[in-house]
Design a protein around this ligand. Structure first.
Ligand code: NAD
Length: 280
């Protein structure tokens, strides 16, 4: 079994953009609402990655009571600021704020999370049109590519069909010529599907959902899930101890897909900056 070391590759990718960052002087704005502990950790990781890459990091931290109007005003201000190249609005948002409205308000050219319908649409078309693909799926594809894991012709099974992970990674695997099955909460016999996977990608948010009997020998297993357990530890969606004995490659949690998502945000910020400059 080979561990897919997302932490090491993330550092490598972030370091690889430093020269470009010196020339481009990119800036990334992050808007955070409230005090969700997971969000605070994610935002700090993004800040550290920006500092390492040489990207100017600008954070706006609103209280949980901020109105939707005020948040949209701030997004508009960032959209119009030519000195800012990327914008992330950290999700989840409090229930009085409508997430689709917020995502729609972000200038697609600055949408480094890749959540805007314009960027999703381009991602659906083909790999050549992927301008700013969703960050977590991009991180997964970079990880597979780095370890030279073939995608074309493989049976790829994705568990989870969220707009930010399950759906876009299914599409990106399809566009790389895998045969793709997407499973979700209403899938009747999950094991029947996961057992067939050459590449199994799990993004359900259910600790240890995938047990060893659900995985084919020598499968490549990508665990996107992150759940903080009562004892403070982080748990993936895959029973790592048992499944790692069967898999050919597997991501750890933490240290797998999480850091790759951060690296993908950095890559998207550089790409967004380059494209904005070439439009000028
Ligand atoms: P979500 O919470 O929006 O949706 C969960 C998906 O899993 C749905 O499609 C649902 O149908 C499916 N699902 C739930 N239980 C299932 C079951 N028992 N069997 C089959 N399918 C089931 O998903 P999300 O926002 O994509 O997040 C999923 C997990 O990935 C969470 O743990 C989240 O924290 C994590 N995540 C990690 C990163 C990262 O960078 N590592 C990024 C995004 C999300």
């Amino acid at each position: 079994m080979i561990l897919l070391d997302g932490k090491a590759l993330s550092t490598l990718l972030i370091d690889s953009v430093r020269e470009k960052a010196v020339q481009l002087k990119p800036a990334l704005a992050v808007i955070l609402v409230g005090e969700d502990p997971a969000s605070l950790t994610y935002v700090r990781n993004k800040q550290k990655a920006c500092e390492r890459a040489g990207i100017r990091y600008l954070e706006t931290h609103f209280p949980v009571t901020v109105s939707q109007e005020e948040l949209l005003r701030k997004i508009d201000e960032v959209n119009r600021d030519p000195a800012i190249n990327g914008l992330i609005v950290q999700i989840p948002l409090p229930p009085h704020i409508r997430v689709p409205l917020v995502i729609r308000a972000i200038d697609p050219k600055k949408d480094v999370d890749g959540f805007h319908a314009y960027n999703i649409g381009k991602t659906v078309l083909s790999p050549e049109f992927e301008d700013l693909p969703p960050a977590t799926p991009l991180g997964i594809v970079k990880l597979l590519d780095h370890y030279k894991i073939p995608i074309q012709g493989q049976e790829a099974v994705v568990v989870g069909h969220s707009n930010i992970v399950g759906k876009p990674i299914s599409i990106m695997m399809l566009n790389r010529n895998a045969t793709v099955t997407t499973c979700h909460i209403f899938t009747r016999d999950l094991k029947a599907h996961t057992k067939r996977a050459d590449i199994l990608i799990v993004a359900a948010g259910k600790p240890k959902l995938i047990t060893a009997d659900m995985v084919k020998k020598d499968a490549v297993v990508i665990d996107v899930g992150i759940t903080r357990m009562k004892d403070g530890t982080l748990q993936g969606d895959v029973d790592f101890e048992a499944v790692s004995k069967k898999a050919s490659y597997i991501t750890p949690v933490p240290g797998g897909v999480g850091p790759m998502t951060v690296a993908a945000l950095i890559l998207n910020t550089i790409r967004a900056t380059e494209r904005q400059r070439s439009d000028e």
